[in-house]
Design a protein around this ligand. Structure first.
Ligand SMILES: [Zn+2]
Ligand SMILES: [Zn+2]
Length: 103
């Protein structure tokens, strides 16, 4: 029996994996435990909560963006920071860019 319960999601700040389901206390990608300050959010499209592991892995290919105000990683489709609400336009660099340039 499938329950219509929306599961919270969280993002791994270590490897950038996104939309990790709340049932996982550690990142399925890099194995790090989520921090105590992990921010949970609900998927905008509730269908996303029902993604398979394979589909969930694919969603991690989408680039994140880093909030310039609170240093939170946000989903590529988020127009505002999930943590502090700052508009995305203030953050010009996405996650991939930040990590590529970091040497
Ligand atoms: Zn991770
Ligand atoms: Zn922010």
């Amino acid at each position: 029996m499938e329950q219509k319960r929306i599961e919270g999601l969280w993002d791994c700040v270590f490897c950038g994996s996104r939309a990790i389901r709340a049932r996982f206390a550690t990142c399925p990608n890099c194995g790090k435990s989520r921090g105590i300050d992990t921010v949970f959010y609900l998927p905008e499209d509730t269908g996303e909560a029902a993604l398979t592991e394979e589909q969930a892995a694919k969603t991690t290919d989408r680039p994140d963006w880093l909030c310039g105000y609170c240093d939170s990683y946000n989903r590529s489709d988020a127009a505002f920071c999930k943590k502090c609400g700052a508009p995305r336009s203030h953050s010009n660099e996405d996650y991939g860019t930040l990590h590529k340039d970091r040497d």
